[in-house]
Design a protein. Sequence first.
Length: 223
Amino acid sequence: MAVIEPKRRDVEHPEQIKKYSAPLRLWHWLNAIVITGSLLTVLLNSTLLKGRKNAAFIKDTLHEAGASVTDEQARSVAHELTDKVWALHTYLGYTLAALVIFRIILEFFQLADQKLIRKIKVAYQDYQVIKQHRELARHEFWVKTIYAIFYLFIIIMAVTGLCLAFEDDVPALKAIHAIREVHQFTMYLILTFIAIHIAGVILAERKDSSGITSDMINGGKAS
């Protein structure tokens, strides 16, 4: 489990606390909110607002209130409710796509020692070539590599989501059935990462990296 625990110490300067820029911290928390909201819309439509069950509930409730509706009318209302939730899901998807673009642009403007690619490169060099701070370097390399894979998942999720959002306007997209399958499968991969990430942060907080969560709020200033 050690590989999933983030470290507070900078791999290049182990005596220092890692620094996180304000734009990166903003992206991190906005991304967390958007992904959580998106996943909740999926959960809501697949449970409480699930088609047939919700239609039956609507019909029975209205019947108890003295109203008479047909099965078709009840299904229409249930479908309208799910459509509204999917509309929210779509808007959250647009926001996620915007955040992906923001994160890519941010990578070019980050300070050199805060760039993700550079961090991976430095950690790899420190472990494989220089053999300096080997344990910390190896740990940093794998943690940042996992983060890079997560970013790839987010990009795939955003791109496939946009394809699904515009498939009615672009017939060629509607013909590619694999898009929806990839989008759904990627959702499970992201859920897995979130679970691993939360577990890693909790373990780090309980061990030698206490304060790592507050670092992502205040920028990583040493207390």
